[in-house]
Design a protein around this ligand. Structure first.
Ligand code: AMP
Ligand code: ZN
Length: 112
């Protein structure tokens, strides 16, 4: 059982930002900024290594293309940050690959 697969299948409700056959973008339940949206492939991949190794590029490309769609939908084209936490040491807590899109405010506290 995977909570993001359940969200992708509509078994668990989410605040959808964008959806097509390959991806879903929905608002994070615990936002750290005015805009905090998650992009997931509808097919299960554990993490970004799984996605970049075991996908032929279809889902990876769809996820990346969704970034701009989220930015447009959320009116944050002046700038934002995309974050992927990978595996335990990267702080990943949900083991279905996802990309955080964070913005809606001038982002400080840069890590690099
Ligand atoms: P990560 O720590 O990178 O694995 O991020 C997991 C994210 O999923 C966290 O920011 C959580 O707030 C978010 N999250 C967990 N459950 C839900 C849910 N049911 N709906 C929306 N976001 C969720
Ligand atoms: Zn999943």
């Amino acid at each position: 059982m995977c909570i993001f697969c359940d969200i992708a299948e509509g078994k668990i409700p989410s605040k959808k930002v964008y959806e097509d056959d390959l991806v879903l973008a929905f608002d994070d339940i615990n936002p750290i900024a005015p805009v905090h949206t998650l992009i997931i492939p509808k097919k299960h991949f554990d993490d970004v290594i799984d996605l970049s190794t075991n996908d032929d590029g279809t889902y990876l490309k769809a996820c990346m293309e969704t970034i701009g769609k989220v930015a447009s939908a959320k009116n944050i084209e002046s700038g934002f940050r995309v974050i992927n936490n990978c595996r335990e040491d990267g702080g990943q807590t949900v083991m279905h690959v996802h990309f955080h899109v964070i913005g809606g405010v001038k982002l400080t506290e840069k890590m690099l």
